[in-house]
Write a protein that binds this ligand. Structure first.
Ligand code: PLP
Length: 392
């Protein structure tokens, strides 16, 4: 019997899903750098434009290379549909524009990527969509925040930089039992589908910044929205067609190729992160380590239940204040001082003065973004060199 792609295991789908060979019988996927496509006849053009006939039209919303990336990612997330976007933030914007209108309400975790918070608090409220922010880990707050007009629930797990875990099944159940039409949207950037599949736990939509682990070598900016045919395949596609924050074929090609090696890369990065976290636990200069792969993490059991590994990001507090953190960062020779993550190169960041610098002192204190906090996104160097570089 002929197997379907969904019959294969995850690493096989990462390598094989989504490819349609052209008449040239190429082994590796080509890049279709064309803005438009030609039709055999005027009536075929009309049928394509009205969507009566499937096929390529114009690369703002149909491109074969982008489609390979979308189908490969959808196969890994166990989804009906995926839509590539020009950045991770464009994926969030497309989801909001496709799913919300003036008068609607969103419940969001407080601990989300800064630009997502600005988008919800600023941009979306300008268009009459209000958001209530709650603690990711306090389920009562989620329950109490849902209103009759709530249309979307949003969180990321694990969070950046403190690696808190959101209970995907529990939050989805709270939202759907209040109203089955609420879209539960999970930013799966830190885990990727290799470590965690939110749709299988009850979420409706998954967002990605492909810029991170999916590319995996810090080259391109892009993103994706993943979910069902009705919301993602129809509503998000329609927004992309109209508004156009599209993914370029070249970047889609980089991401499609990135997915092929993602299982190997992210599993190795997780092993490295675990070794770093253990070394940090033993270091005298370190006060606290935040890594969900450690038994000392307050949500270790939940992390173990919904993720296959702890992830590649480790945060820790040093003895002392900002000086201690900056000293450690400035004394490294190998690590890259940059805020990006998910790269082969290990990166080191001081969240208090970079990624979270625009937050108020109160918000930072409440979220645990302290002056002595350092975040490391572990890459693929020999982790012993990474640990040595920190002079612990
Ligand atoms: C968790 C998370 N979500 C979304 C984004 C936004 O992605 P992009 O930079 O690709 O727009 C980022 C980027 O840093 C992120 O860390």
């Amino acid at each position: 019997m002929k197997k379907k792609m969904s019959d294969y295991r995850s690493a096989t789908r990462a390598v094989r899903a989504g490819q349609v060979r052209s008449q040239e019988a190429e082994h590796s996927e080509p890049i279709f750098t064309t803005s438009s496509f030609v039709f055999d006849t005027a009536s075929q053009a009309a049928a394509r434009f009205s969507m009566e006939e499937d096929g390529n039209i114009y690369s703002r919303f149909t491109n074969p290379t982008v489609r390979v990336f979308e189908q490969r990612l959808a196969a890994l997330e166990g989804a009906e549909a995926a839509v590539g976007t020009g950045s991770g933030m464009a994926a969030m914007l497309a989801t909001c524009m496709a799913g919300l209108k003036a008068g609607d309400h969103v419940v969001s975790s407080k601990s989300i990527f800064g630009a997502n918070q600005t988008l919800l608090k600023g941009l979306m409220s300008n268009f009459g969509v209000q958001t209530t922010f709650v603690s990711l880990t306090n389920l009562d707050e989620w329950r109490e925040a849902i209103q009759a007009n709530t249309k979307m629930v949003f969180f990321e797990t694990p969070t950046n930089p403190l690696m808190e875990i959101g209970d995907i099944a529990a939050i989805s159940e709270i939202a759907h039992s209040a109203n089955p039409d609420i879209k539960v949207v999970v930013d799966n950037c830190f885990c990727t589908p290799i470590l965690q599949q939110p749709l299988s736990l009850g979420a409706d939509v998954v967002l990605h910044s492909a810029t991170k682990f999916i590319d995996g070598q810090g080259r391109c900016v892009g993103g994706a929205v993943v979910g069902d045919n009705d919301f993602v395949g129809e509503k998000v596609v329609s927004f992309m067609r109209t508004a156009g924050p599209s993914l370029s074929p070249f970047n889609a090609w980089v991401f499609a190729k990135g997915l092929e090696t993602l299982p190997v890369r992210i599993n190795q990065a997780c092993e490295n992160a675990m070794q770093l976290a253990q070394a940090l636990l033993e270091a005298r200069s370190v006060k606290a380590v935040y890594y969900p792969g450690l038994e000392s993490h307050p949500q270790y059991d939940l992390a173990k239940a919904q993720q296959s590994k702890g992830g590649a990001v480790v945060a820790f507090e040093l003895d002392g204040g900002k000086e201690a953190a900056w000293n450690m960062i400035d004394n490294t020779q190998l690590l890259s001082i940059t805020a990006n993550l998910g790269d082969t190169r290990t990166t080191i960041t001081h969240p208090y003065t970079t990624t979270h610098a625009r937050w108020s002192e109160e918000d930072k204190a409440e979220a645990g973004i302290t002056p002595n906090l350092v975040r490391i996104a572990v890459g693929l160097e020999d982790v012993r060199d990474v640990i040595d570089d920190l002079n612990l």
